[in-house]
Design a binder for this molecule. Structure first.
Ligand SMILES: *Cc1c(COP(=O)(O)O)cnc(C)c1O
Length: 447
């Protein structure tokens, strides 16, 4: 069937070329001779998967267009181990009764949030409310579920400086409308004070919402209440405080030199009642949306019928469980996105030198230049890491042509183009792909 379709497509394009009078007898003869080969190529194209592995040489670690966080072999092993046969997804092996699918990761989230707690606070015995976690399809779904559960028919107070659009048409006001909650905006774009929240509280208020400014900064004449002030207000008026963290780091980014990016634990420790965050951003796992917070609020989300509609598959639970296990063991290098963040500029420069000397050819000019990798994926927009870039130039070819040729390689190489220059950042290239990258560079210089 694939061959028949391919043959039809090739013959019909040849027929229209003839009808249009594009072919003289010589080129026609040639085209007819090559029908076999053309059909063969077409069949290969048709039977190739559309979703393919690519080499991300952009240096953006959590690149939404390139699938955000890559997974590891340990994660794939756990997916294979639990989904190539049946599993205890919703079955309690001890009692033989029906179980809940979310217990598999809730247990680990509790552990991770405790471990980080010990690292950050050096064994303090301050008690805080029991925290539990549930998982839905993505963070957009988590926000929708939280607003619908906690604020349907009532008002949610948000600062005008946080009415963000994340991209892919996730806009806080739109999600609010879909959840049947009423948005109560306070403050101005650049300045919101705690008194603005306080004045807006009425008997209709159900929730105070703080949204992480994932993809933009407001600088200059600005003001935003401290998280502590919001916590105090929420406790005083007995209205829950929710924070949409977006990226949801489970490890301290200060360890890689990035400041101002709150971790999930920072927020929970500060007293936020509920946080939402993505699985495939700074957490470094599969696409998912987490709701972590006060167990009584989480219980209400769990019994909302939306939770059933937004639930995730066993593949996601397996991937999340394996990712969280790496955090429990403090084995951060087992999580590819986190490992990339921890690479030093020197480690990257060493690999870059090897690639440059292996791929050098008369037409190809490869230079090492200093630059910055981006964390991306809704981490602080300024979050960048020093790196060493390979600048690629090819005689008589502009940056667009070079990056197009790199994309045509197998596997395709996606480069960064900056001010008319093609740049490759090895921070996001897996070392096992270095040889493919060398071949791609040799190939673009060979014709
Ligand atoms: C990324 C992000 C979202 C959307 O998360 P998805 O997992 O992509 O659905 C929502 N809010 C914030 C603040 C974000 O950064």
């Amino acid at each position: 069937m694939a061959v028949r379709d391919a043959a039809r497509a090739i013959l019909s394009s040849l027929r229209s070329e003839i009808e249009a009078g594009n072919l003289d007898s010589k080129t026609l003869e040639l085209a007819v001779e090559q029908i076999d080969a053309a059909v063969d190529r077409q069949v290969r194209r048709d039977l190739r998967y559309s979703l393919r592995s690519v080499i991300n040489a952009t240096g953006v670690i959590l690149h939404t267009n390139l699938g955000r966080a890559p997974l590891s072999n340990a994660i794939l092993d756990h997916i294979a181990g639990t989904s190539l046969s049946y599993s205890n997804l919703e079955f309690d092996l001890e009692t033989g009764q029906r179980g809940k699918r979310d217990i598999h990761v809730d247990r680990l989230f509790r552990k991770v949030l405790e471990i980080v707690d010990r690292l950050v606070r050096d064994s303090s015995n301050q008690a805080y409310a029991e925290i539990s976690t549930i998982v839905v399809n993505n963070n957009a779904a988590a926000v929708l579920l939280a607003l619908n559960t906690l604020a349907e028919g009532g008002e949610v107070i948000v600062s005008r400086g946080e009415l963000v659009e994340i991209g892919g048409s996730f806009r806080i006001p739109d999600v609010m409308a879909k959840s049947n909650a009423v948005l109560r905006e306070v403050g101005t774009t650049n300045r919101t004070r705690i008194q603005d929240y306080e004045r807006a509280i009425s008997e209709k208020t159900r929730l105070l919402l703080r949204v992480h400014r994932s993809n933009f900064q407001i600088t200059g004449f600005t003001e935003q209440p401290e998280l502590d002030e919001l916590v105090q207000l929420s406790r005083k008026r007995k209205i829950p405080l929710m924070e949409d963290l977006g990226s949801g780091a489970l490890f301290d980014l200060r360890s890689v030199g990035v400041t101002g990016e709150p971790t999930v634990l920072d927020s929970l420790q500060a007293g936020v009642d509920l946080v939402t965050y993505s699985g495939d951003k700074l957490l470094g796992g599969p696409q998912a949306g987490m709701l972590s917070g006060r167990a009584d609020l989480i219980a209400r989300m769990r019994s909302n019928s939306l939770f059933r509609a937004l639930r995730v598959d066993k593949l996601t639970y397996a991937a999340l469980e394996a990712t969280l296990m790496a955090y429990v063991k403090s084995d951060h290098d087992a999580i590819p996105a986190v490992r990339m963040m921890r690479l030093s500029k020197q480690q990257i420069a060493n690999r870059a030198e090897t690639i440059v000397s292996a791929a050098r050819s008369p037409k190809l000019v490869l230079e090492l230049v200093d630059g910055e990798s981006l964390i991306g994926g809704g981490a602080a927009p300024s979050a960048s890491l020093p790196t060493c870039l390979i600048a690629v130039s090819l005689s008589h070819k502009d940056a667009d042509e070079i990056s197009k040729r790199l994309r045509a390689a197998d596997p395709p190489v996606v480069a960064r183009v900056d001010e008319g220059r093609v740049l490759l950042d090895l921070r996001t290239v897996f070392p096992e792909h270095d040889n493919s990258l060398i071949r791609a560079l040799q190939h673009i210089a060979s014709d």
